[in-house]
Design a protein around this ligand. Structure first.
Ligand SMILES: *Cc1c(COP(=O)(O)O)cnc(C)c1O
Length: 398
């Protein structure tokens, strides 16, 4: 049998051991972690809706009307009118003709990719795509061709050299770097090479585009240009669940074929109603997005002045590059001593030598909160204007 204990010890020695903190109470910047009050900068609750009274009220109302359990899969008797209402709202919100509600983004990626590509087909996947995309590609049993991050020239060569059914899949906003995929170029390439484009906009929905409609609509791309868009409710929307949106025919196809849609219990209807309420809030609340953009600019200006190395990101995901995994853990621990919670992200989530603190900003952070974070970083700031840290690796991950 494998020596599992030794593998854990090896991880500890390499600074790659993972632990969980126990959070008490609601998710918000001021949170209790392992019993200690902390100011958090690592949640994906970008708009600060996870603890919003309107969403809680919608869920409570939904619970008292419809009870709790989903009771069955969608194709047996679990497809509640609340799910249907959410799908219609989603189609309108995303500017697509249809939408399908999944239990999580992980399940959506696994189900959608494995349904739309199979044995004998080819899936082209960005090197920095999310783990759930990578697993969806593997599950499909298609040939997987990984292209260098956001490199449309390399992708074009791969597409030109491949026959048969082709699917291109990319994050809209990359979850660990915060940069945005070259969606317009990708759409043009897919059109030229008759490939189906799938964009997972887990981090774009709610934050980017007109009324928070995501990175695809931020670039004005239609359903013909980007046929399949995936999003999650677990991040900016502050609830739970996920969706795919696109042509009605494809949605119908997925109901027939997406195994992670078919063989799982429907989400509690009350949660679907909370997500409906969340879409209403997200659409309306430009002020939250404006404050968030202000925080992003302020953070980048201050951190650059402190000689920290950032990534070219305009989104609330602002990685602070460190390089070595143990050094990233130490910086995180130094901040923690000051009551600041910023998690270190290490391999295999990011490439070797590209460990970082993944700072995420939220519309519920105040200017004073951000000042505290910047003061915390200032206490551990790099000494020189010419950092001797190694250049950040851009190698393929996982
Ligand atoms: C978080 C994330 C997912 C998974 O979504 P969940 O609803 O949390 O399962 C999928 N794709 C990307 C890019 C993500 O960042």
């Amino acid at each position: 049998m494998r020596d599992f204990a030794q593998e854990i010890e090896d991880r500890k020695a390499a600074g790659l051991y993972r632990t969980r903190r126990h959070v008490s109470g609601p998710q918000q910047p001021q949170l209790i972690a392992d019993g200690e009050p902390m100011l958090g900068f690592c949640s994906n609750d970008y708009l600060g809706l996870a603890n919003h009274p309107s969403l809680i009220a919608a869920a409570e109302h939904g619970l008292s009307r419809n009870g709790l359990g989903g009771a069955s899969s969608h194709l047996i008797c679990g497809h509640h009118e609340a799910h249907h209402q959410l799908e219609q709202k989603l189609a309108r919100f995303t500017g697509r003709s249809g939408a399908l509600f999944f239990s999580t983004g992980y399940m959506a990626n696994m189900g959608v990719i494995s349904a739309l590509a199979g044995k004998g087909d080819t899936v082209f996947s960005d090197a920095l795509n999310h783990a759930s995309i990578i697993d969806g590609c593997k599950l499909s049993r298609a040939t997987i061709k990984t292209y260098p991050h956001a490199d449309t020239d390399a992708l074009e060569q791969l597409l030109a050299g491949t026959d048969g059914h082709k699917l291109v899949v990319t994050d809209g906003v990359f979850s660990m770097d915060g940069d945005i995929a070259p969606l317009r170029e990708l759409a043009q390439l897919c059109h030229r090479h008759d490939a189906l484009l799938v964009v997972d906009d887990a981090h774009g929905f709610g934050c980017l585009g007109p009324q928070g409609r995501g990175s695809v609509l931020a670039q004005g791309l239609t359903e013909a240009e980007v046929p399949v868009v995936i999003g999650t409710f677990g991040k900016a929307f502050g609830t739970s669940g996920a969706f795919v949106a696109g042509p009605a025919l494809l949605m119908d196809y997925l109901v027939q074929k997406a195994r992670t849609y078919i063989y799982t219990t429907a989400m509690p209807p009350a949660l679907a109603l909370a997500s409906c309420a969340s879409i209403d809030l997200v659409e309306r609340d430009d002020a939250r997005r404006a404050h968030l953009a202000h925080l992003v600019t302020k953070f980048r200006t201050a951190m650059t002045a402190l000689n920290y190395q950032l990534m070219p990101s305009e989104t609330p995901i602002q990685p602070v590059m460190v390089g070595d995994a143990r050094a990233a853990l130490k910086l995180s621990a130094d901040l923690e001593k000051q009551g600041l919670l910023v998690t270190a992200i290490r391999p295999p989530t990011v490439p070797q030598g590209a460990s970082r603190l993944r700072v995420t900003l939220s519309a519920t952070h105040t200017d004073a909160d951000l000042d505290r974070l910047i003061a915390g970083f200032a206490a551990s700031a790099p000494q020189t204007t010419h950092p001797t840290r190694p250049a950040v690796a851009t190698a393929t991950i996982r």
